[in-house]
Design a protein around this ligand. Structure first.
Ligand SMILES: [Zn+2]
Length: 283
């Protein structure tokens, strides 16, 4: 594994008091020890993977779906059965398409946050995400590193495909997404995101399973680990005995002998973790 653009920083207590001011459940010394331990675990990993959820992109201004206490969470304001199901799409395809185009426009106007930029420094990792945005790809681009293939378990907002699955796909300009239209086969075009009742994309899921089963470390970022089957990948990593580091703003419920949980904003914790990791890595 290589790291770039990082300087070894061991924060002293005074600096840390500023950086970890929003971290909720551990004392300051404890957080520093946990970060140190997590950095050592990452440095020792041979086949690491990351697994991210909505909490990773929330700090960029992308709404989560069902966060407790988040009044802007999408499913607290909108009906998922109307907006994220085949039945809802067929009942009102123009409205559903317009709703996704509103989310696309929002995505075009936000930027990767410091958590994305920290993950982008982990060269050679397999990145698995539940997010349908491209902020991790953009963070790699901004960092000047090769854009690693990212496994989008729940699809992507950057593509439409034929609702009859004839095989036709189209890349979407986020800032200017087209309104509802037909595929050449006559069916509607629809966003390439996974709706309720649909299977995860088979090839993506298979690759994610293979990488998870081979992983000796999983870094879990910004997910409550409650949406299955995607969250089942965390269970596999735990059961296989991989080291699992969870960075989440609240306890995730992931349990196991090799699970280390860091509670706080990913945008604060991940950059600190990368600073410590740099101390273990060759120049
Ligand atoms: Zn078609």
């Amino acid at each position: 594994m290589r790291l770039s653009g990082l300087t070894c920083v061991i924060a002293d207590t005074a600096d840390s008091a500023v950086h970890v001011s929003n971290i909720l459940s551990f004392g300051l010394l404890n957080v520093n020890k946990q970060l140190e331990r997590a950095a050592k675990m990452i440095a020792d990993a041979v086949h690491p993977v990351s697994f991210s959820g909505a909490g990773l992109s929330a700090e960029s201004g992308i709404a989560t779906f069902r966060d407790r206490g988040d009044e802007d969470a999408l499913w607290s304001k909108f009906d998922p059965q109307k907006l994220a199901s085949q039945e809802g799409f067929l009942a009102d395809p123009e409205m559903v398409t317009a709703w996704y185009n509103w989310r696309r426009k929002t995505l075009s106007e936000v930027q990767p946050n410091s958590a994305h930029l920290a993950l982008a420094k982990l060269h050679g990792w397999t990145h698995i995400t539940q997010n349908v945005d491209d902020l991790l790809e953009r963070s790699m681009d901004l960092s000047g590193v090769d854009v690693s293939p990212i496994l989008h378990l729940h699809g992507t907002l950057l593509e439409d495909h034929c609702n009859a699955n004839c095989g036709h796909t189209e890349l979407i300009d986020l800032s200017c997404a087209p309104a509802l239209r037909n595929c050449d086969c006559g069916s509607y075009m629809r966003p390439s995101v996974v709706w309720f009742g649909e299977s995860l994309p088979a090839q993506v899921l298979q690759t994610a399973l293979q990488k998870t089963e081979a992983a000796d470390l999983m870094l879990v970022v910004g997910t409550s680990a409650q949406v299955y089957p995607a969250a089942g990948l965390i269970d596999i990593a735990v059961e296989k005995g991989a080291e699992v580091i969870v960075v989440n703003k609240e306890p995730s419920g992931v349990n196991g002998a090799h699970v280390l949980e860091l509670i706080g904003p990913a945008g604060e914790l991940l950059p600190q973790l990368m600073d410590r990791l740099a101390c273990y890595m060759p120049e």
